[in-house]
Design a protein around this ligand. Structure first.
Ligand code: ADP
Ligand code: MG
Length: 623
């Protein structure tokens, strides 16, 4: 027999132990989940070994986990009949292996406000969580390898551990925990039962507690467990284990169907659109199982692109067992699974939109972009997404409006859905294109997200109502476009003179200058000439960074605007007239979001201010 030998923990492991022992974690019970999950891993690996290896020790031993609690002596023992560890393995796995996971956990725990112990298992250092509750721990193990000697490992959470011989007649691992005084509760069978049901119910091997002949756990994976018997907490727990996302999911969707395909699915819509820094999900896609066996970690074919933010697990009895990932992808089953799953997600979102507007608004804020992309990329297959779209409008800039809400509010004669594109809600609300519509009380969708321009490519109409851009909308002149007094309207010949002067000053920069019947507040606006790509297409080109020269615009002037009436009185060709024409044009560029260099206007604005002040100073007595 070998003598007991002392080893030092790796530096990062020491640090980790220090944190676990001294932090005041509330959820210390997760240590049990970690130990049970290790036992389950060991059992799984043994089962796998037995498929190919006839030489396994104790081949007939039941694959199970046993817990026994000694309340009087404050001890807890966890045993499994898994593959066990050899002396070398125990030294390496429980102490000397370099733990990048430990380092990451330490970093993450430092930056994270919430109770980080809950997710320690995700860092590959779950075993050490036992030191949240243990004064000392002894691990005895006997490997499935016939020739291996039983081995024992002992530590108190200080910087070293002892390895020596053990008495063990059967295969597997036994973990004996001497509980710290403040953790004596974990030697109570009721408490243990509750923890197992909460965190480890779906471990696939029986967990026996004390002398009871019935296992404590259900042994079914959570997604295969019937909805009625899963608690909200278990759903949340599972989500956290799956994603390491600290934000609670917005909703979960648990389905089991038999036709047209057999499937179990447990899907989640995360709380946030951005994956967290610590997220375990490195790619989009769902986990695909076939009868409880994982065959694809990130399966992207199970849901359409526009639902790729959905996380979760799908399991189907209909998938051929032991198939490679490639055969899964090409089997005719995938489209069927996808249809069912997409339909379920769709139904869930529709009901959320209908019944829980506030929650839906959160969904829309976080994930609306995916739906817009879906409509842009695949208009023919995303008809169903249109009712899920939400918009700000000129009449309701603070809340979200759906297309059905919009149609429900329009007056009888209106045959189109109006929208305006721009950079931000506040700036489009000031757009001269909106003036006419605003004055008429017509509702206009405000499309100010860069994705909106793309979406419009696939959203040309809704329920037979075409969508029309107010900058282009072909409308009869407003009944009273001119809110200014009749006296301020320019005489026709004056207006013609002014147009000539504008053309002279602006030259090649505009393709024309003309009167507008649509303006009431603004002095001018820019519109596209006939045949130009529409404003949203121009934006698409801009976002795609394509070589694209925006078509020269037409400057439309408001003949009723008092400023033009004063402008005509200035000496033709004077500096001030020139400055003002330039500024009218550049202001119009600015509200259109097209000004290449707004700060370049400052100098001109100063010159105009100086002229205004000079004018006042030369008229003493005026106030
Ligand atoms: P992880 O489970 O993520 O690998 P842990 O810290 O929980 O990280 O466990 C470290 C390693 O210790 C495991 O990978 C395994 O090799 C070994 N181990 C822990 N518990 C057992 C057990 N009950 N039976 C066999 N090996 C175990
Ligand atoms: Mg583990």
């Amino acid at each position: 027999m070998t003598e007991s030998q002392s080893f030092t923990f790796k530096a990062e492991t020491k640090q980790l132990l220090n944190i676990l022992i001294h932090s005041l974690y509330q959820d210390r019970e997760v240590f049990l989940r970690e130990l049970l999950s290790n036992a389950s891993d060991a059992l799984n690996r043994l089962r796998f070994e037995m498929l190919t290896n006839a030489e396994v020790l104790d081949p007939r031993a039941e694959l199970c986990i046993r817990l026994s609690a000694d309340k009087e002596n404050h001890r807890l023992v966890i045993e499994d009949t898994g593959l066990g560890m050899t002396r070398e393995e125990i030294i390496e796995h429980l102490g000397t292996i370099a733990q990048s996971g430990a380092r990451k956990f330490i970093e993450a725990a430092k930056n994270q406000q919430s109770d980080f112990s809950q997710v320690i298992g995700q860092f590959g250092v779950g075993f050490y969580s036992v030191f949240m509750v243990a004064e000392s721990v002894r691990v005895s193990s006997r490997s499935f390898k016939q020739e291996a000697e039983p081995v024992s490992w002992f530590a108190t959470g200080e910087d070293h551990f002892e390895v020596g011989a053990a008495e063990m007649s059967t295969r597997g691992t036994r973990i004996e925990i001497q509980l710290k005084e403040d953790a004596w509760e974990f030697a109570d069978e009721y408490r243990l039962k509750a923890i197992i049901r909460k965190h480890s119910d779906y471990i696939g091997f029986p967990i026996y507690l004390g002398e009871e002949p019935q296992p404590v756990n259900k042994q079914a994976s959570l997604w295969r467990t019937s909805r009625q018997s899963v608690t909200e907490e278990q759903y949340q727990d599972f989500y956290r284990t799956l994603t390491l996302d600290f934000e609670s999911p917005l909703l979960h969707l648990h389905t089991q169907t038999d036709a047209p395909v057999q499937l179990y699915a447990l899907l989640y819509i995360p709380g946030k659109g951005e994956r967290g820094v610590f997220s375990l999900r490195k790619e989009d896609g769902l986990k695909l199982y076939s009868r409880n066996i994982l065959i694809d970690e990130y399966n992207k074919a199970l849901l359409p692109e526009h639902f790729r933010f959905v996380q979760g697990v799908v399991d189907s009895e209909d998938l051929p067992l032991n198939v490679s990932r490639e055969t899964v992808q090409s089997s005719g089953l995938m489209p069927k699974l996808r249809k069912v799953l997409a339909g379920q997600v769709m139904k869930e979102l529709e009901s959320l939109a209908k019944n829980e507007a506030e929650k839906y608004a959160t969904f829309w804020q976080e994930f609306g972009g995916y739906l817009k992309q879906g409509i842009a990329a695949n208009p023919s297959e995303t008809e169903g997404l249109k009712p899920l779209l939400r918009f700000k409008t000129n009449l309701r800039p603070e809340s979200w409006t759906g297309l059905d809400d919009y149609l429900g509010r329009i007056p009888d004669g209106q045959k189109v859905i109006y929208y305006i594109v721009g950079d931000a809600p506040a700036s489009v609300l000031r757009s001269p294109h909106l003036e006419y519509f605003h004055a008429q009380g017509t509702e206009v969708l405000l499309l100010t997200d860069p994705l909106d321009a793309f979406m419009l490519m696939g959203l040309r109409s809704y329920k037979d109502y075409p969508l029309e851009n107010v900058a282009q909308a072909d409308l009869p002149p407003a009944s009273s476009p001119d809110s200014s007094p009749e006296s301020s309207r320019l005489a026709d010949e004056d207006f013609t003179t002014l147009v000539t002067q504008f053309k002279e000053v602006l030259g090649e920069r505009v393709s024309g200058v003309r009167a507008s019947q649509r303006l009431s507040q603004s002095v001018a606006r820019l519109v596209d000439p006939e045949g130009a790509p529409n404003p949203e297409m121009q934006r698409v080109y801009k976002y795609l960074g394509e070589e694209f020269e925006a078509p020269k615009k037409i400057l439309e002037l408001n003949p009723g605007h008092v400023m033009l009436k004063d402008l005509i009185t200035l000496e033709p060709g004077s500096d001030l007239q020139h400055l003002i024409i330039e500024q009218i044009y550049e202001s119009a560029l600015l509200v259109e979001g097209l000004h290449p260099d707004p700060s370049s206007m400052v100098e001109r604005v100063q010159q105009i201010m100086a002229a205004a002040l000079e004018n006042r100073a030369s008229r003493p007595g005026s106030s």
